[in-house]
Design a protein around this ligand. Sequence first.
Ligand code: SAM
Ligand code: SF4
Length: 465
Amino acid sequence: MVKKYHIWTIGCQMNSADSLHLGAALEALGCEHTADVQQADVIVLNTCVVRQSAEDRAAGFLWSLKPLKERRPETVIGLMGCMVGVKGNGRLHERFPHVDVFMPPGEAAALIEHLKALHPLIPSSPKPPGTALQSREGESPPLRKAERGPGGEVNLAVLPLHQRGRLVSAPVPVLLGCNHVCSYCIVPARRGRERSRPMDEVLAEVGALAGQGVREVVLLGQIVDRYGHDLGTGAPRLPELLAAVSQVEGIARLRFLTSHPNYFDGRLIEAMRTLPKVCEHVEVPIQAGDDEILRRMRREHSADNYRCLIGRIREQMPGCSIATDVIVGFPGETEAQFQATLDLLAELRMDVCHVAMYSPRPGTLAAKTMPDDVPAREKKRRLDAVNMLQEQVAAEINSRLLGRRVEILVEGRQKGKWKGRTRTNKLVFFDDAGGASRRGQLVEVVVTWTGPWSMQAKLEVGSTK
Ligand code: SAM
Ligand code: SF4
């Protein structure tokens, strides 16, 4: 009987990419996707622990599976991602005894082996992609292994069947792990040291995605602008990778994230300016606008470094949209220090600001040495203040697009309309009376309404690419 699988994913785009690979790997074993968890024989939770709220949601979902596991003990439950981490987490076995398999981020090997042991008839070849062996205690895991053909070419069945021809914009991890030690951040402990994927492997994956209907790729790394730093002198860096991925037939647009202010250099700006497929959008978090807080966050940049970078980006790429991340209520953050963040956001007028309340993460420097002393209500007040300011700023920025003609890449339908994104990553909805699918097309639209988070537009007839 065909086994049905269900993957529940939370967290960053890296997790979304890992879930796509896992789905394809399970399908290579003969499994079939189901959107209904109750129908699934194999259930995987791909988890995030960047904040307590994400961890709580994963734990809640995991507990909700306990009755199902009691009713149908043959159901296989897998836990993957940052909750497990690259070093494994022995205590999870005690906390969640109904979980069968624990997998580090992006490493499906343990689940694949478990399923093969349970069902010896599963074909052992071809080995599915993304199934590097589970790391030993304390070691960074090996890179995601690609399947190579007789001529050394890389073969990747990267998308599960239900996403083929449907997924228009696909995440592609290019740099795994992180070597920085921001004091609040659990990611380096859970995702290990920085490892760049070889460029030929990335290109093969992008080519395979293009062959499955993908038109845009988003190259991912915790500090994506450090791509290639670990591959030695002379190895390709992010500008070279962008140039090479631009050559992949079928790919119309290219994005990359997340950037760090210290590595966003002139060569990268030049690559963005000269490579037509690379979209004018940058995600570069600041986290705080006060230098003392930034120092205690161990961000290794100042508010002024950041201000200069934004100035340079805007001078050399007018119209480039810029997104940032901010944490409010970091230990010891005074009202004046918070106000410095708010003032900087008001001054720099970012297109997007992802704001989060500080959440102590066990094992991080901040959690070990800095009391979480900003009360929850105060954190919430600061969060709301940032969101209120950002709503105004984004509404004003977006209103400049009213009546303008923009190109969007259509990603799918929502509430009876087509939706897509501008090159600057702004969400646009439009109607199309014609019955044909617009998914995956580049279309020109004229913006008829703007808000802080999205826009409405009218399709320009005959503009499809
Ligand atoms: N590598 C990126 C960078 O340098 O900013 C982002 C990585 S982190 C996974 C994504 C976002 O989560 C961060 O930008 C930060 O705003 C937020 N974050 C990380 N740790 C956090 C914590 N302990 N509490 C609240 N937010 C946190
Ligand atoms: Fe975390 Fe800092 Fe690395 Fe980003 S750069 S993943 S915030 S340690």
